[in-house]
Write a protein that binds this ligand. Structure first.
Ligand code: GRF
Length: 188
């Protein structure tokens, strides 16, 4: 059986692109659509280049959930992958896709997570905390930011000389290596 996956992305979409290019030749997967809350997000250009449909829904649509659920059902979506998606997923979407929505967080949860902790803010907080290690956390999505069951974590060292950008680069390398692999493992 093929797993039909919708990717939700708000920004650049480098993870969305990496997941699709890594797994699209695998007959276990189909990637019918990328959903975004931003019409001008760079992820739409990536989608276009890959020949993948991408659509924008408003912030209200994502908060209400009903139109999104209808759309996903219409597209016969089985699973949802959040890849740099910044809005909260409402309860009705979570109930419609129980244990079928995952997210990647660019740090080792439960540290450096929660509302407002996204993108470079996470790496700046890691830098300011002076920790010697950071990494990625792939987890199931619940109504609360960054609190669902953890599926996988991977670590990388943080040097005292690392800037937040250096940290981001190390974390991105882990994301690119492991996000497609974990999707393959749980839904392939
Ligand atoms: C990634 O670091 C991801 O972990 C976080 O947001 C960033 C998205 O980057 N949730 P991109 O849009 O995939 O390039």
């Amino acid at each position: 059986m093929t797993s039909r996956i919708a990717i939700f992305a708000s920004g650049s979409g480098s993870n969305a692109e990496n997941i699709i290019t890594t797994l699209r030749e695998n007959p276990a997967f189909e990637f019918p659509v990328i959903l975004s809350n931003k019409a001008d997000a760079f992820v739409h250009l990536r989608a276009q280049t890959m020949g993948i449909q991408s659509v924008t829904f408003t912030r209200d649509d994502f908060a209400n959930g009903e139109a999104i659920i209808d759309y996903l059902k219409h597209q016969r979506i089985d699973y949802i992958v959040l890849a740099g998606f910044l809005l909260k997923i409402p309860e009705n979407i979570i109930k419609s896709f129980p244990e079928k929505i995952i997210n990647i967080h660019p740090a080792l949860l439960p540290n450096f997570g929660g509302k407002g902790m996204y993108g470079n803010k996470v790496h700046e907080a890691v830098k300011n905390a002076g920790v010697t290690e950071t990494g990625i956390t792939i987890h199931y999505v619940t109504e609360h930011y960054d609190e669902g069951n953890i599926i996988f974590q991977a670590q990388c060292p943080v040097a005292t000389t690392d800037s937040p950008t250096d940290i981001a680069n190390k974390v991105h390398a882990l994301e690119y290596k492991f996000y497609p692999a974990i999707i393959q493992k749980i839904w392939g």
